[in-house]
Design a protein around this ligand. Sequence first.
Ligand code: PDD
Length: 288
Amino acid sequence: MSPIVYLNGKFLPLDQARVPVLDRGFIFGDGVYEVIPVYGGRLFRLAQHLQRLDQSLAGIRLTNPLTHAQWQDVLAELVRCNTDAGNPDQSIYLQITRGAAKRDFGLPKDLQPTVFAMSNPMPAPAAQAAQGVAAITRPDIRWQYCHIKAITLLAANLLRQEALDQGAVEAILIRDGEVTEGAASNVFIVKNNVLITPPTGPKLLPGITRDLIVELAAAHGIACEERTITEQELRDADEVWLTSSTKEILPVTRLDGRPVAQGTPGPMWQRMIALYQDYKRTLRDANV
Ligand code: PDD
């Protein structure tokens, strides 16, 4: 059976959802997106995701076609449809493009934006996480507005594929000798029991998972610095993690074919993943 998706005000089966070929999302990649986890049928950190969506939209000069309250209703209904179909843990994908117009450069005004949202079952990251994963490093060949969650992801796909070709799960990107982020994740390192992650800004996406980890570290007395990480610091790290809404926190145990420290998930990761899972449980139990 085709899952139910949301498109421009309607809920309908995925195989009936259609957009015009002149949609600027199709022609130019002119749009932004969000990925929001759902645990136990509840949207995780929705307010933060909607706030980042507004920032991405502002970055491409588009107004949010829905209010946050409308988004809440649309996504709750989408989650409900898919929870009834047997998926308590889901990953919501939503996308807004500028809409359909004659192919012209520049940004046409007053188009009807295309608004789409779907839900997929959340992949279970646990087994992969316990053993640690392999990553490679690559030059960050992407554009200069990486804080915008833009749908133009060809560079990220090419980089991720290079990682997959080498039996790794992610490419960690280096710009001017500094770590920015993964192709679709943020990066943390641990050195001498201090957690370090690059500062937010145009070089990377302000990850919702990243921010939660920084928050959890502060709440539990774990030293955490938001500062530049050099390529050498990455290679000398005691631990390296990848974070995202779908990966949660993945320990990298091999980097460019060499072990990270002892080559096993480290004690700080064990501690943080426990805090993260506790936080998820608290939200679920609190019924919020
Ligand atoms: N990607 N950096 C990039 C470039 C990303 O694409 C992502 C997430 C992140 C992590 O952000 P968050 O913690 O908010 O998920 C960082 C999503 C999962 C995706 O494109 O599927």
